[in-house]
Structures are given as structure tokens and as C-alpha cells.
Design a protein around this ligand. Structure first.
Ligand code: TRP
Length: 334
């Protein structure tokens, strides 16, 4: 049967810097998996973006393949979605260059992530860090993505993407789809276990602050046991109870019950029992992902094949758009 309504295109990317956290999984990846049925999804391990911060080459290579395996283990289906390593599609960097020439210096200078990162790495404020949003815009625009699932920290980059797309369209006529942010209906922001006012991050210096998807069940129990709470001994979701709120969110998302139901369930429980239940829910959720990952990571031939097929499909889409852009700006056809 012919498709009557064209599926909307979703693009998202994740950097291969270390093992993804429970926060990545519950806040983003789990939604990526769900979106596959309703949308035409393109997901990329954005290895080129990682070069903006100094990487150990061996480590980056390993992390990139591991990240791909993790995405597969989480449930990204390489037949349904286009899944690939960013550096395998030359179109991204070529389109980024063109876009760079249509983004005012001032606009890039205003990016808060650039300002933050340059403050954190004063020894390496490189031009790639500055141009990072242009490459991200190219990622998105090269697929005519309609929707981009991003966290709040990336909204400014998406705004810049929208601006450059609209600017280009204004000069050369309709070329790019101007993408919208996609805010997931469920999921939730998972906070650090050590400081629940901060987002859970895989680059946190304190390893107890985050749970990685591949932590062993015992480590998960240990980390959740040591999670910061408060001295009230009351499992309730309330302002000022950031630690407990975070654990309730984790429990709710992992076990599929509402926060209100979880509150009732633990109304008479102490923090010790509550934390054990949270850890159990997390482990139940992560177990199949860990098992699938362990299987996939042994199957290098399959992973290589996924990379190849993903890159081929990514290129088939993005090279058409790149050719159109080159033509519009006046470059001679090959
Ligand atoms: N900058 C994003 C992040 O660090 C990753 C990313 C790169 C991305 N390109 C993208 C996200 C395109 C969405 C769409 O989280």
C-alpha cells in the first residue's frame, strides 16, 4: 500500500565520549527508540563533534564503536532507522563549511555552550569549538529533518540552525526544511546522584554522580544507596526534595508507574528500602540492554556491517541535499 502521509523526519545525534548514562537512556535514547515507529529517524554518533575537545585516538575509536553498539542494544533498529557514524558521511563537513559562510560571527559568539566550554578548557579554545553549531546545523539540515529531539542545553544550537536555514532559504529560495525542536511527552530529566540540582552527566568527575548503562547490578545498588537525599525520611515529590524527587523520577520512568503511585507505594518506607527498590527497578530496566550489548560487542563483523549500511543510507539522502546547495550557491557541478 502506498504511503499516503509522508512520515516526518527526525534527526538526533549523540557524542561518543564514554558510556551513556541512565540519564541519556531515560531522557533521550528511550525516546529515540519509541520514535522509530512514527517517524523516519536518522541517528548519528557524532564523532566529529567530539574532536572539539582533545581525545585519546584509541579511546575515541573504541568509544565510537561501543556507542553504536549501545544504541543498537537500547533498541535502535538499523533497518527502520538510519544509524551511522558522522565521520562516515563527508556531506556533514562539506555542508557545514557552506553554512559557516552564512552564520554571522556574532551569532556564534553568543552561544552559551561555547562560552562555558572555553571557560572550562582555557588551554584549548579552538576554532572547531567555535564552529560546533555550524556542524550541528549541517547534521540536521542535510536530512531535511522536521523535528530534532534535544535537551534544553541544545536549544540555542537548534535556534541557530533554524536561523541559518531560514536565512539561506531567504536568499536562494526554498532549500532547507526549518526544523522544530521535539520535546518528548514522557521521559524526564535525570539529575546527578551526588548533586541533584545538576543534570546527570557522563563527564562528571565524581563517578558516583551518574549511573552508566553498563554498570553492574551491584554498582547500581551501591551508587543509588549513596545518592544524596535529605533528613526528612519522607518519600514524597516536593519542592526542596531534589534528591528524593530525582529517585522518584527514576523509579517512575523505569517501572512505568506514575510519581503519585510511587509516592503511595513508599508512603511508609524508609529511604533505605526505597533506594533498594529504585535500584531494582533500574537494574530490571537495564538488564536486557546490558545483555544485548555484551552479545553485540563480540560481533565486530555485524557492527562493521551496520556502520557501512548506515553510512550508505545517510549519504544517499544527504548527498542530494548537498548537491542542491552547491548548485544554489554557484559551485560548478562535477
Ligand atoms: N550537540 C549535541 C549534544 O552534545 C549532539 C549533536 C550533534 C546533535 N549534532 C546534533 C543533537 C544534531 C541533535 C541534532 O548533545
Amino acid at each position: 500500500m502506498a504511503e499516503t502521509v509522508k512520515k516526518k523526519v527526525i534527526f538526533s545525534g549523540i557524542q561518543p565520549t564514554g558510556v551513556f548514562t541512565l540519564g541519556n537512556y531515560l531522557g533521550a535514547l528511550q525516546n529515540w527508540v519509541k520514535l522509530q515507529d512514527e517517524y523516519r529517524c536518522v541517528y548519528s554518533v557524532v564523532d566529529l563533534h567530539s574532536l572539539t575537545v582533545r581525545q585519546d585516538p584509541k579511546q575515541l575509536r573504541a568509544n565510537s564503536l561501543n556507542s553504536l553498539a549501545l544504541l543498537l542494544a537500547c533498541g535502535i533498529d538499523p533497518e527502520k532507522s538510519v544509524l551511522f557514524l558522522q565521520s562516515h558521511a563527508y556531506t556533514h563537513t562539506e555542508l557545514a563549511w557552506v553554512l559557516d559562510c552564512y552564520i554571522p560571527f556574532g551569532e556564534l559568539s553568543r552561544m552559551t555552550q561555547f562560552k562555558d566550554k572555553s571557560q572550562r578548557h582555557p588551554e584549548n579554545i579552538n576554532a572547531g569549538l567555535f564552529n560546533y553549531p555550524a556542524l550541528m546545523a549541517a547534521d540536521i539540515l542535510a536530512y531535511n529533518a522536521d523535528l530534532v529531539p534535544v535537551g534544553v542545553d541544545q536549544k540555542q544550537h537548534l535556534e541557530l540552525t533554524r536561523n541559518v536555514a531560514a536565512r539561506f532559504n531567504g536568499i536562494y529560495g526554498d532549500t532547507f526544511v526549518v526544523p522544530e525542536p521535539y520535546i518528548p511527552k514522557e521521559g524526564g530529566k535525570i539529575m546527578s546522584l551526588a548533586d541533584p540540582t545538576k543534570k546527570m552527566s557522563k563527564s562528571d568527575d565524581n563517578p558516583k554522580a551518574f549511573i552508566s548503562i553498563l554498570d553492574t547490578p551491584e554498582t547500581v545498588v551501591k551508587k543509588i544507596k549513596s545518592a544524596v537525599t535529605d533528613s526528612e525520611a519522607e518519600v514524597a515529590y516536593r519542592e526542596g526534595k531534589d534528591g528524593v524527587n530525582n529517585l522518584l523520577t527514576i523509579y517512575s520512568v523505569c517501572s512505568g508507574v506514575s510519581i503519585a503511585e510511587a509516592e503511595r507505594e513508599f508512603a511508609s518506607a524508609g529511604y533505605g528500602d526505597f533506594k533498594l527498590a529504585v535500584a531494582e527497578a533500574v537494574n530490571a530496566r537495564l538488564r536486557p540492554v546490558r545483555e544485548e550489548y555484551a552479545r553485540l560487542i563480540e560481533d565486530k563483523a555485524y557492527l562493521t556491517q551496520c556502520c557501512r549500511q548506515g553510512a550508505e543510507r545517510a549519504l544517499a539522502i544527504s548527498s542530494r541535499i548537498l548537491t542542491k546547495v552547491y548548485k544554489k550557491v554557484g559551485l560548478v557541478a562535477k
